[in-house]
Design a protein around this ligand. Structure first.
Ligand code: GLU
Length: 323
């Protein structure tokens, strides 16, 4: 269309939570997010998602930087304090105020137990659908309840809110958010905003056009898309890539043994060996041959990424340690 704005330069992000060491699964998603942007000539942002400051491990950000550098990944921002979510609370409060002015959120006085895990990204089930208990409260009731306890805030999801989106790896997704999540939390009673809101505020503020991440967050995309809509903004393009699972078929975690990048690095494993294996395990390379991240830029294509999770069995682990 004549006079329309040129499309923004592609921008992706690496958004680790500093709750523990990066492992092979994180490494593969970050490698793919980085490759996607470098392949498109786009920008890469590193943002530390330490929203839940109590869960953040000390020095975890430095460790993450070290691990990412070891993998051969880089980024285009300086990792200044404003790329740490713990320093961005004023922006989140502003977003909350906007939602409140528009009548899109309401205070919720339901129990703390129910609200506990909301600042961390929901890897897996997100809990029960909220039945809408506090949505019915009158203003007078809200005021009265607020004197007893400070409320959390929920975003209203009206019946029949269907979000349809084309995920670049997972394919067409269609979700009736009122049926899957219901009114969802955007801030806890202690004022900490939810992962869902923080990630949208940040991606918008940082000009992120492409989100590529593990498919354990596929179920978060519809709520994030709804938030983009409430802010009158265009959502980024989403690509949710399969995970690496432990031998028990569960998302990788510490208990699966030597899967932390730090341990692999310290045991003398060659980063090229690892990066090549990661690229092969998700379909970017035909064979598990050593490669640097840079060498893989030309090989990247979303179409080649497998749709199935990779099971990290003993043979994969011995593959690393044999070299
Ligand atoms: N920080 C989140 C995590 O550790 C990722 C958030 C995102 O990519 O949207 O899983």
């Amino acid at each position: 269309m004549a006079g329309s704005e040129p499309p923004p330069r592609p921008c992706g992000r690496l958004a680790p939570s500093p709750t523990g060491y990066l492992h092979l699964g994180n490494a593969r998603s970050f490698l793919l997010a980085w490759l996607q942007m470098r392949n498109m000539g786009g920008r890469v942002i590193l943002r530390i998602e330490d929203l839940d400051t109590q869960r953040a491990a000390p020095n975890a950000a430095q460790q993450i930087v070290r691990d990412l550098c070891w993998l051969g990944l880089d980024w285009d921002n300086q990792l200044t304090p404003d790329y740490f979510q713990s320093n961005r609370f004023p922006m989140y409060q502003q977003a909350l105020a906007t939602l409140q002015e528009r009548g899109l959120i309401y205070p919720c006085f339901c129990s703390r137990k129910e609200l506990r895990s909301i600042a961390s990204a929901p890897h897996g089930s997100d809990g029960p659908i909220y039945p809408g208990t506090c949505r019915q409260l009158t203003q007078a009731q809200q005021q009265q309840r607020s004197q007893e306890k400070s409320p959390a805030f929920r975003c209203k999801v009206s019946q029949g809110t269907v979000v349809e989106q084309h995920d670049e790896v997972a394919g067409l997704q269609r979700e009736d958010v009122a049926q899957t999540t219901g009114d969802f939390i955007v801030a806890r009673a202690d004022g900490v905003v939810s992962y869902q809101l923080a990630v949208v505020v940040d991606d918008l503020a940082m000009g992120v056009t492409h989100v590529l991440r593990g498919d354990d967050l596929l179920g978060s995309a519809p709520r994030q898309i709804l938030l983009y809509r409430t802010f009158g903004a265009t959502p980024p393009t989403f690509a949710h890539v399969p995970l690496i699972l432990g031998e028990d078929g569960v998302r990788l975690a510490k208990r699966h043994g030597a899967v932390a990048l730090r341990e692999l690095r310290e045991s003398g494993i060659n980063a090229k060996q690892l990066v090549g294996w990661l690229a092969w395990s998700c379909g970017i390379l035909d064979r598990p041959e050593p490669a640097t991240a840079m060498e893989l830029i030309g090989e990247f294509s979303l179409q080649s990424i497998t749709r199935e999770a990779t099971w990290l069995d003993a043979s994969a682990l011995s593959f690393f340690s044999s070299r």
